[in-house]
Ligand binder design. Sequence first.
Ligand code: FE2
Ligand code: FE2
Length: 151
Amino acid sequence: MNVYEILQKDHETVKALFGKLEETTEDQVEERERLFQTLNQELTVHAAAEEKFFYPALKNVEESEDDTLEAIEEHKVVKKLLKELEANQKGTKEWAAKLKVLQENVEHHVEEEEGELFEKAEDILDEEEADSIGEEIEAYKAEHSEMEDAG
Ligand SMILES: [Fe+2]
Ligand SMILES: [Fe+2]
């Protein structure tokens, strides 16, 4: 898979997890814990892989510099919300509200990433580069999926 395919696949996985979490109620704490742990793992590894292998290729190019810097800042907001969600009681309406804010942030980020950023990346990276970044991301994901396998 090239970089666009693998990142898009991750985005779909995350979207599906948000959908499942949305259906849970305040009394389904264990289910929320389980789904949230998976979501947290997915988003954390995905963001780290982008920051390690994808964004560096775009950050030093004038055409994509601003979009990449914005994406990095959006990742920081997502990570902050994930930390709060991890620490807070999951059986509350406030928790569900915070999750909704995370979901909206992620949706906005994904929209810009798959839109503007991918479009610019396609100008900047040739096919070979897009393939090799995809491979690096796949390898990184495989290396950092122990938690998922154990769970
Ligand atoms: Fe992404
Ligand atoms: Fe991202």
